[in-house]
Design a protein around this ligand. Sequence first.
Ligand SMILES: NC(=O)C1=CN([C@@H]2O[C@H](COP(=O)(O)OP(=O)(O)OC[C@H]3O[C@@H](n4cnc5c(N)ncnc54)[C@H](O)[C@@H]3O)[C@@H](O)[C@H]2O)C=CC1
Ligand SMILES: O=C(O)CCC(=O)C(=O)O
Length: 469
Amino acid sequence: MSGLDINNLKNTFQNAINLSGSPGAVSTSPTQSFMDTLPRRMSSSKHAKVLKPFSTGDMKILLLENVNQTAVSVFKEQGYQVEFYKSSLPEEELIKKIEDVHAIGIRSKTKLTANVLKHAKNLVVIGCFCIGTNQVDLDYATNHGIAVFNSPFSNSRSVAELVIAEIISLARQLGDRSIELHTGTWNKVSHKCWEVRGKTLGIIGYGHIGSQLSVLAEAMGLHVLYYDVVTIMALGTAKQVPTLDELLKKSDFVTCHVPATPETKNMLSAPQFAAMKDGAYVINASRGTVIDIPALVQACKANKIAGAALDVFPHEPGKNGAGAFNDDLNSWTSELVSLPNIILTPHIGGSTEEAQSAIGIEVSTALTKYINEGNSVGSVNFPEVSLRSLDYDQENTVRVLYIHHNVPGVLKTVNNILSNHNIEKQFSDSNGDIAYLMADISNVNQSDIKDIYTELNQTDSKISIRLLY
Ligand SMILES: NC(=O)C1=CN([C@@H]2O[C@H](COP(=O)(O)OP(=O)(O)OC[C@H]3O[C@@H](n4cnc5c(N)ncnc54)[C@H](O)[C@@H]3O)[C@@H](O)[C@H]2O)C=CC1
Ligand SMILES: O=C(O)CCC(=O)C(=O)O
């Protein structure tokens, strides 16, 4: 059904890997064997029918924050109109741009708040070309029938590798030695510089990134403890601890890998720093809200904490450029940058060629399947619904995509409307307050399509409708 040229897609992916400049053999996520299954997963038959939407003009896609070119290729191959920006946009400009687009692709900087989304009259789907979805008002999107997709693990390895580099860099004060030598100062010291072998790493949040980090850390001889709100199988000889306090008391390095939620806000603050070992190190490559930075500054000044590596901040600049990271953005900036052994990086945990290329393909493919077929598998806010493709030779068949409030009696009403036609197949599922129905109906004349649309549009429980034919 999808008009994607799968072979070309695979080549694009392969080219991105080959061009990455990464030395030697490259292990990718998704792996090549995973990519080899793309043709089967994306379209079960090359005779699948390419569907076009009723009452939607040409698809317009807005891509922000330098989303990888693999995504641009996938969308252009579909014939969609793509508008591409390297940075995020100021809110006013974003509101103007989002008014008439059908899909938007963002990374972590663009805030899709209710205030922004309420201007998006045609928006069908949001693609977060990253793991985190906290930058999107998911409730608003769900209640207005906008599906949201992300890439749940394609940059996890990149983050884990960055954290490994930071553990050693903090233990050896590499950041400071490098800055000193850049400015001509030779400072050969071993005081309070340590090997990491035999030290304890405390991981807060043992999900995709935390568990990947655990494996890498053990290979370097670190002991791993982790704390998570759910019980998770330990990898290697890592041990789950029952409380955050226990992890803090026993760890030489504490690293955060939890999502931004109300529960994780300032999860590490003054009492938690006080509970840590003297001379412990703190790492945060999750979200800027997770660590109370003014409290961290105080703990460093008191020599309680021997160093920290921060990749994420409560407020981050919308685009690259000199002078963007300053006290206007976060009031504590000057104080933080003046401290010793503080490694600061501009939210680059997931910024590798491998991760960005894979995310570009993964998310653009999910969006394309949702736009072209209504397939919501992988959505973070919608029930996961899919139907097998329509065959090329299935004439007069319409695919109904009906997003509705999850209340009793809806199927009866909808099927009444569809009952003059043959319902070839149907799948419905719900997720909290919303539900999603996909149905393929046959024996539909072109002239009936508008009537079906009008009747469905008048139903009380409707959130949004698309008809593909
Ligand atoms: N710096 C960067 O460039 C990147 C940052 N991230 C951030 O890292 C976060 C973690 O990513 P993944 O490991 O893929 O997520 P994940 O969802 O696989 O794992 C998160 C883990 O945190 C646990 N958790 C949730 N709330 C908790 C709490 N209050 N206390 C303890 N544990 C809790 C969950 O049970 C889960 O096991 C993402 O949400 C994202 O914000 C992700 C990718 C790149
Ligand atoms: O690469 C990005 O822009 C965001 C990475 C990130 O924080 C995420 O994947 O959640």
